[in-house]
Design a protein around this ligand. Structure first.
Ligand code: ADP
Ligand code: MG
Length: 439
């Protein structure tokens, strides 16, 4: 049973959540709790507040990801102890566990680590001794051969869902329940369409897609892990007795369109490679992708063309992207390829001055478009039909919403649009695709 930030935001909320756990125990289950940090952005112990404590020392100096992880992990530690004590005061002994104590082993990618193994012995022992284990979500411990052991890591925003699925799989649980502040997975973000219906049943694959494309109700890896280990997964509202959304193996979704998702703010980057020979274009493109992968920069809408290479990066990662590429020099024989990101390159001139006067210099420019977002229609059955892309694009065009780029997969069709049009696009598509009606 995983409880998100709003589900543990106040002592009243924690009582409600704790009573759900106790009720499960009284029905004969042995519940294991995974907990997020207390409250949302702005709350005193929320993850964002903790990050702020570090950043405000000097906003110009970016903290190291290792230190960010150490401070962020404090939120769940606090929350787990408080929740365990809440259970205790209600007459049910509970034990709080940090990620490392719960045996959650990860790789070494601070800020976005992946779980590589779970050693659940301590949790099993706690259960056998009659306690309710309360595990810190979102955190783990680096455990890979050749890397320093015992380092604290975090799993990326929303990663407590992943902790819940992984712990559920490791313990062979009956099911994993994600408790949050909405009735389940809806046909779109209820912030855009408050009346958006809740899906009763949806496939793991479709929910993973909708999550990848920005619906933050569930972390995509949580769906993937539950699917891999065939653990029944639910999304439910802590504060209501509605049944919630059951996430099931593919092919059992009740709707042809799962829903509409939108990402956060993105910057679209478009490298102009037209001045390069074909073989050099391939080499440079490969180097760009390898630098991006090494630095864990998330890409959306990758588009490799004859003379250009484009993709969108999350706005928070854009400063890092610029740092990596602006002023970068790629030598090839006697020619130096100088990377320029955006119109105003600060580092390029300095770099250029370092090169010998006689050297041949070629600019590789990356045009950047800030303030973008991706709106996607998700639904495997729907996208298999003819003419659907046209229908989606027509809706946007008729409403004067410019589409800067598109991409599609078996499950989804995505449009890159100006961020200012995000909510309008979601509402329009939700309406024209008839998502408010029962299908
Ligand atoms: P928690 O702290 O419980 O993990 P999150 O904020 O991570 O909660 O996720 C729940 C929120 O996800 C909802 O409050 C809602 O605003 C948002 N959301 C976005 N898309 C959807 C969707 N398709 N269905 C339900 N909620 C969504
Ligand atoms: Mg969440």
């Amino acid at each position: 049973m995983k409880f998100g930030g709003t589900s543990v935001a106040s002592s009243e909320a924690r009582q409600v959540a704790a009573l759900r756990v106790i009720s499960a125990k009284e029905q004969g289950f042995r519940p294991v709790v995974v907990i997020s940090a207390i409250g949302r952005k702005g709350a005193p112990y929320a993850t964002d507040t903790l990050i702020q404590l570090l950043r405000e020392i000097d906003p110009k100096v970016e903290p190291d990801t290792r230190e960010l992880d150490q401070i962020m992990a404090c939120g769940e530690i606090l929350s787990s102890v408080i929740f365990a004590q809440t259970l205790k005061t209600l007459g049910h002994p509970a034990q709080a566990f940090r990620g490392d104590q719960a045996g959650i082993c990860t790789d070494g990618v601070y800020g976005d680590a992946r779980i590589v193994a779970i050693e659940p012995a301590a949790i099993q022992k706690s259960l056998e001794a009659g306690y309710i284990p309360v595990i810190c979500g979102f955190q783990g411990m680096l455990q890979l051969p050749g890397l320093p052991a015992g380092e604290l890591t975090t799993l990326g925003r929303g990663g407590s869902d992943t902790t819940a699925s992984a712990v559920g799989a490791a313990l062979g649980s009956e099911c994993v329940e994600i408790f949050t502040d909405v009735d389940g997975v809806k046909t779109c973000d209820p912030d855009s369409v408050p009346s958006a219906p809740t899906l009763n049943k949806v496939g793991y694959d479709e929910v993973a897609e909708i999550a990848h494309l920005g619906a933050k109700v569930l972390h995509p890896r949580a769906a993937e892990i539950a699917m891999k280990y065939s653990i029944p997964l639910w999304v439910k509202n802590t504060f209501s007795d509605l049944p919630g959304t059951e996430i099931v193996p593919g092919g059992h979704s009740e709707r042809t369109i799962t829903g509409i998702a939108h990402t956060g703010k993105l910057v679209y980057v478009d490298f102009n490679l037209s001045a390069l020979s074909e073989s050099l274009r391939t080499q440079i493109a490969a180097s760009i992708f390898s630098v991006l992968a090494e630095n864990n920069i998330n890409l959306f809408m990758t588009n490799i063309g004859q003379s250009a290479l484009g993709f969108a990066v999350p706005r928070e990662q854009f400063p890092r992207f610029r740092e990596l590429f602006d002023g970068l020099i790629y030598p090839e024989g006697n020619t130096f390829h100088l990377f320029q990101v955006g119109d105003q390159s600060s580092t390029l001139r300095a770099q250029e001055n370092l090169l010998p006067k006689s050297a041949k210099k070629v600019r590789v420019e990356a045009k950047t478009t800030e303030g973008c977002t991706i709106v996607s229609v998700v639904g495997k059955q729907y996208l298999a039909r003819a003419g659907v892309f046209f229908g989606i694009l027509r809706t946007l065009a008729e409403n004067s919403i410019p589409v800067l780029q598109t991409s599609d997969s078996e499950y989804s069709f995505s449009c890159l649009i100006p961020e200012a049009e995000c909510y309008r696009a979601v509402r329009l598509l939700h309406e024209t695709l008839g998502l408010s009606e029962v299908q």
